[in-house]
Design a protein around this ligand. Structure first.
Ligand code: EPZ
Length: 417
């Protein structure tokens, strides 16, 4: 199995350009099948999640052309057949085909989605939304058949502002008859990106980015061009790397105000950042002080940066605490970080960790446990003394476009062996 080999301790200088957002593009591609004509999506990151979604589109006989950074999709010959368990399991975002196929054909036949094992990750809120729109759901051994004679707008309250459920209900509602209101909707920037895409096709969605989204059904969705927003989690990962190793390191093509919570916490710890319109420059690392993190839904501290932040906190003087409120099992990377010398421990309810710093990390062999856990090990390897080999790197390559090239270009000693 390939590994990522890193020799730590090298200063990083130059520019890292951020790619399109994974958690936006994995919804945009399924959403594209709702269009009655051809759609073009640009700024598409080169990650394996996009490859896997392409496989599902091809399985459904949709036409997809892919060239660097762009996909062109036409679904006029799409066949609404079962999405096999193998294809459904490839990634969490396969579930967006539920909303898209239901929205287009009033029927979908597929299996429970895949995704990192960071918690139970049920889809009850998605299903509640589909039922309120008039769909009937039969489920047997994780095999879902969801169908409706016709979909009718309704008021849907989300018990939890779920990103996936908010987007999936939007997809099912865009062509439903009448008006749908989603209350307690998630407000992540990716949701705005999807709503803008659908509105560019002629959908009528208002309020995306707030906790109340209104969708008025339309009959026809015409072609459009759309751009994926920059990946705020990729940008946050490189910002944390820059805080630890950056010497005039510029993180470019990002949206600083999508990272307000992270920037506030890094500033609190003592990080010196020059914040531009679409970039942030780190002049040089400083001595940092411990701080406390609590993950919350947007615009709170993002759960997807919690694990990488734990690595940063090992370099902060004093005792930090991290509380993970979104997932029940998102500290698996800590046992691997401890192999490198981190002084970190997880409370028995697995919802809180405490980290003592500043410790010198030492390179060794470690295993990625999930996508963002893998990223936290990669950051640790970049600052550790000596060489680190990370295995299970397919997790990392799912969510970080050209990470080896981007880091090599700014002076890291990193390669895939
Ligand atoms: C999206 O997952 C992201 N994935 C996740 O990023 C991210 O961590 C998460 O949003 C929160 O920001 C994609 O966009 C593909 P949720 P999603 O529905 O939609 C519970 C990464 O590393 N829940 O907001 O699955 C659920 O169990 C990934 O890029 C229900 O209980 O997130 C979880 O505890 C990891 N019932 C919490 O809500 C439901 O029906 C957040 O889930 C749905 C969710």
């Amino acid at each position: 199995m390939p590994k990522i080999k890193i020799e730590g301790g090298h200063k990083l200088s130059g520019t890292i350009t951020i790619s399109g957002a994974k958690n936006s593009v994995v919804a945009l591609i399924p959403a594209a099948i709702l269009c009655d004509e051809t759609v073009t999506i640009s700024n598409v990151p080169d990650i394996t999640d996009v490859d896997d979604l392409e496989k599902i589109l091809i399985h459904l006989n949709a036409k997809i052309e892919r060239e660097t950074g762009k996909v062109v999709i036409n679904s006029s010959d799409i066949i609404n057949k079962e999405i096999t368990e193998d294809l459904s399991k490839k990634l969490r975002a396969s579930y967006y085909f539920m909303g898209a196929l239901l929205g287009k054909f009033n029927k979908v036949d597929m299996y429970f989605p895949g995704g990192c094992a960071i918690g139970a990750r049920p889809i009850n809120l998605h299903l509640k939304g589909f039922e309120l729109l008039g769909a009937k759901i039969t489920e047997e051994d994780n095999h879902f058949i969801i169908e409706a004679d016709k979909l009718k707008g309704n008021n849907i309250y989300l018990d939890f502002p779920s990103v996936g459920a908010t987007i999936n209900i939007m997809l099912a509602a865009v062509k439903a008859k009448g008006k749908t209101i989603i209350d307690n909707a998630a407000q992540e920037p990716e949701i705005v990106n999807i709503a803008t895409f659908l509105n560019n096709m002629g959908a009528k969605i208002k309020g995306a980015g707030t906790s109340t989204i209104t969708i008025t059904g339309v009959k026809y969705l015409h072609s459009c061009f759309h751009e994926v927003i920059p990946d705020r989690i990729e940008a946050g990962t490189y910002l944390i790397i820059g805080s630890l190793l950056g010497h005039n390191l510029k993180i470019d093509n990002m949206i600083p105000n999508h990272l307000e919570a992270l920037i506030a916490k890094l500033t609190e710890a003592g990080v010196d950042m020059e914040i531009g319109l679409d970039n942030i420059v780190i002049k040089e690392p400083k001595e940092y002080t411990a701080t406390d993190i609590k993950t919350l839904v947007y615009p709170g501290f993002p759960t997807d940066l919690q694990q990488v932040m734990v690595t940063f906190l090992t370099q902060c003087n004093g005792k930090s605490s991290v509380e993970e409120t979104i997932y029940e099992n998102r500290f698996q990377n800590i046992k691997e970080l401890r192999k490198m010398g981190a002084k970190a421990k997880v409370r028995k309810d697995n919802r809180k960790a405490s980290i003592k710093g500043k410790v010198d990390l030492v390179g060794t062999d470690v295993s990625a446990t999930d996508l963002r856990g893998g990223a936290s090990l990669l950051v640790a390897a970049l600052i550790a003394s000596g060489v680190t080999n990370i295995d299970n790197i397919s997790y990392i390559l799912r969510g970080y476009d050209k990470i080896v090239e981007k880091l090599t270009n700014v002076g890291a000693k990193i390669e895939i062996i």
